[in-house]
Design a protein around this ligand. Structure first.
Ligand code: DAH
Length: 358
């Protein structure tokens, strides 16, 4: 290799070794291979080389180009790797560390969904309700038929159901579209009287600012002798006022339809459509569904409707959480964005207490 080429190779090698970040590396690359780069200049000068030396010189330049390109690329890969290592080290998160309650609402804080679940458990617990649970994958019989939603009933379509492949019985299980199947599970599994709430995940094929394909509901079920609408209304009014922390929160019961209750009622609370403030403003906001358990549902679940009556209700956990705290969008609940979590998380060592108002 002629002297000038050897010198360029050595200079490039030294400059690459000295380049300790991608910016410095890029300056070396441009200085050699760029439009005005040193190697580019040598290639351009090939025309001036006497004809008898041009072939050898050209071949030598090409070899040099190939080796310089390889060296430059090799350095980039090394620098990229080092940058990634540094970043991984800097952003290391030890998920096994215990929560640090010294940081109010910081790492290790309670997610707002979990917080609402704790509040619901405390509130209904004080009214004598136990917590029941059921599986996310449910038979279509429990999700629909037991609840008086017959096959081919339009309500089945309303739910935007996720179906799973059919099992041995030829029937397709579903991702439960509501927590109501746990009503049936509970009645089939224990004798009345029953008083349970059922928090859990639910699924519907729906996605926008206020809908997520996976969301949470809480169901309530009371079965006893002589249960009537007055019990339902008293229970829900007390719950809503305690949960939202507004002693005179207006609550309205509006006749509605659900296949599993008769009569059925949707429940509205008072708020201001303009400011979003709860409790005043003269507007109504639908917040939950409820009703007296349909005698056919009782019978489907082995309970004699002439002896036992009951009421049930169901609502969306995200929805009541958003309303309580004035959150505008549902999607951040599942983004795991540490900034959002820091803002909304609550102290794990301060569980909800009825004495303080949850
Ligand atoms: N399952 C209903 C839904 O997903 C909510 C609901 C309404 C539950 C009325 C109930 C009830 O228990 O009585 O929209």
């Amino acid at each position: 290799m002629s002297e000038d080429l050897a010198a360029l190779a050595a200079a490039t090698e030294a400059a690459l070794a000295a380049a300790d970040d991608l910016r410095a590396w890029d300056a070396v690359r441009v200085g050699v291979l760029g439009r005005n780069g040193s190697l580019t200049a040598l290639l351009k000068g090939l025309g001036q080389v006497p004809a008898d030396q041009r072939k050898d010189r050209g071949a030598a330049l090409n070899r040099l180009k190939t080796s310089l390109e390889a060296a430059i690329e090799g350095r980039r890969v090394a620098l990229d790797g080092a940058a990634l290592d540094a970043r991984l080290l800097a952003e290391k998160l030890d998920v096994s560390l215990p929560p640090r309650p010294g940081l109010p609402g910081g790492e290790g804080g309670i997610h707002p969904i979990s917080r609402t679940l704790e509040e619901l458990t405390a509130l209904f617990g004080a009214m004598g309700f136990a917590v029941a649970e059921g599986p996310d994958i449910e038979s279509d019989w429990l999700n629909f038929s037991a609840l008086n939603i017959p096959e081919h009933h339009p309500a089945r379509q309303d739910h935007d159901t996720f179906y799973l492949p059919a099992g041995a019985d030829g029937r397709r299980p579903v991702l439960r579209t509501h927590t109501s199947p746990v009503q049936a599970r509970t009645m089939l599994g224990q004798a009345p009287p029953i008083r349970v709430i059922v928090p859990g995940r639910t699924y519907r094929a729906d996605h926008d600012a206020t809908h997520s394909p996976m969301f949470h509901q809480v169901e309530g079920l009371v079965i006893d002798r002589g249960i009537h609408l007055g019990h339902l209304k008293g229970c829900l009014v007390d719950f809503l006022r305690a949960f939202f922390g507004i002693a005179d929160l207006p609550v309205r019961f509006r006749a509605s339809y659900f296949p599993f209750t008769e009569p059925s009622m949707e429940v509205d609370i008072g708020w201001s459509r303009k400011t979003g403030e709860l409790g005043k403003g003269g507007d109504w906001l639908e917040i939950l569904g409820s009703g007296m358990v349909h005698p056919r549902v009782l019978a489907n679940c082995g309970i004699d409707p002439r002896e036992w009556q009951g009421f049930a209700f169901g609502m969306g956990i995200e929805r009541i959480t958003m309303l309580k705290h004035g959150m505008p969008d549902l999607r951040p609940f599942y983004d795991s964005d540490i900034r959002w979590l820091r803002h909304w998380a609550t102290n794990p060592l301060a569980p909800p207490s009825l004495a303080e108002g949850v």
